[in-house]
Design a protein around this ligand. Structure first.
Ligand SMILES: Cc1ncc(COP(=O)(O)O)c(C=O)c1O
Length: 425
């Protein structure tokens, strides 16, 4: 079988970039790695899985009136494609963000990755429907679009979370071609990989523009929980009220365990059928899901459900302790960069107030060769940002993630990075 006879997504640079990074990490296990955007191991190791499953099973008996054997079976068998923890997630979204969504307006997905795939599949009906991505963007969304053959355009984040003038121009350009910007993927809270936090004013302006141009906003809230209480801004979905312009995408990978593979999509938009019947978009996404992963693992969902119950039914409650560690690491990373890297000619970086990531701009190309040199000679790894863009504007950028490392590793890692940069800039 020849690779060039297979689907083009298999040779897409997005997939190749991740493969290369994993391969480098595998070859240099002792290097300090600023690459993984994974939760800190202490939060992964400490989870008492059995206790949380028990908590959720007891909830099924107490609140849903199931007999204990029925509750036990719910976790072990196939389940409804929409999910089994929708009520808990809907309640958490109300507690945390004041969102009023019914459990039927949600689908519990196999990670946020599946939520992105389902949303893109449902919204983009043909080649004239284009998916926009605020760039640099999480590669999972771009990859999903590639797998689905959904055409994409990048809209720069403009340092404010979205370049609205560029968005307006892109809408006009596509319209002139007989196409439309159907949806825009955006992560307003400390985006991956940029760390950018969209201001409240930009959130309102983006919503106004989305309504004017009829763009569905795919809002990824993955890192919202890392904000301090004062730094937390309302999600677009909340600001949108009832106008149905926003589909919310979420993950429990950073709040619970990535291995549970649980995410969700809130799609409460009413969809009218040929006979005038109306059902929330979530119903249709659940139907699509039956042909993708059938249902999200009930065991994974039960674990997440148990963890939510143990933390007052709140995402921010669940994330509070974690957020403290991530903010500590982020501040340390920024302090170290200030001391060791700030003076280097042509090197600049942003100062996120939350999330896992810092974006560094270099005066040299941040390509595979530089990463190879960094790994072999300096023992430090990072993520080249080229694959997070749809053009070449990320060629000189790297992403540093602070979530996975211990403080001493951050200090030593920045020292090594500074040594590399001093040698090449
Ligand atoms: C912004 C963003 N969205 C989604 C995900 C993936 O979520 P999941 O593991 O639930 O598929 C990630 C993972 O790094 C992410 O950074």
């Amino acid at each position: 079988m020849r690779l060039d006879t297979l689907h083009p997504s298999l040779t897409d640079p997005t997939l190749a970039a991740l493969g290369f990074l994993n391969e480098v990490m595998g070859r240099f296990p002792d290097a300090i790695s600023f690459a993984p955007g994974a939760p800190h191991v202490s939060f992964v190791d400490d989870v008492d899985i059995a206790a949380h499953l028990e908590l959720f099973t007891a909830y099924l008996v107490r609140e849903r009136g199931l007999r204990p054997e029925q509750a036990g079976r719910l976790l072990r068998e196939y389940g409804p494609s929409r999910g089994i923890i929708n009520d808990l997630v809907a309640a958490a979204l109300h507690t945390d963000y004041g969102l009023r969504v019914a459990p039927d307006d949600l689908v519990i997905t196999a990670g946020c990755q599946e939520a992105m795939l389902l949303a893109a599949r449902a919204l983009c009906a043909g080649p004239e429907d284009v998916l926009g991505l605020v760039t640099p963007a999480f590669v999972g969304m771009l990859g999903a679009a590639r797998v689905l053959d959904v055409p994409t355009v990048g809209i720069g984040d403009g340092g404010t979370g979205a370049d609205l003038a560029a968005l307006r121009r892109e809408c006009a350009r596509l319209r002139a071609e007989g196409r439309r910007l159907r949806a825009l993927y955006v992560a307003p809270d400390f985006a991956n990989p940029s760390g950018t936090l969209m201001s409240l004013a930009t959130r309102h302006e983006l919503l106004a523009l989305a309504r004017q141009e009829d763009i569905v906003l795919l809002e990824d809230i993955a890192y919202g929980f890392t904000a301090s209480d004062e730094g937390m801004l309302p999600p677009l979905k909340r600001l949108d009220g009832d106008s149905g312009q926003v589909i919310m995408l979420g993950t429990f990978a950073k709040l619970c365990l990535p291995g549970a593979r649980v995410g969700f999509v809130v799609a409460d938009q009413p969809v009218t059928g040929p006979e005038g019947t109306s059902e929330p978009l979530a119903r249709h996404l659940a139907a699509l899901k039956t042909m993708v992963t059938v249902n999200t693992s009930p065991l994974g969902q039960a674990l997440v459900g148990g963890m939510l119950l143990a933390h007052g039914g709140s995402l921010t409650g669940l994330g509070r302790e974690r957020a403290r560690l991530y903010r500590r690491n982020l501040h340390l990373l920024l302090d170290e960069l200030d001391q060791q890297v700030a003076g280097l000619a042509g090197v600049s970086y942003n100062r996120p107030g939350g999330g896992f990531f810092v974006r560094l701009r270099l005066p040299v190309r941040a390509d595979d060769a530089l990463l190879e040199l960094s790994a072999t000679k300096y023992g430090v790894l990072w993520t080249p940002m080229a694959s997070f863009h749809l053009d070449d504007s990320g060629d000189h950028e790297i992403r540093l993630s602070c979530s996975y490392l211990e403080p001493a590793e951050i200090v030593e890692g920045v020292r090594r990075l500074a040594a590399l940069l001093s040698a090449v800039v």
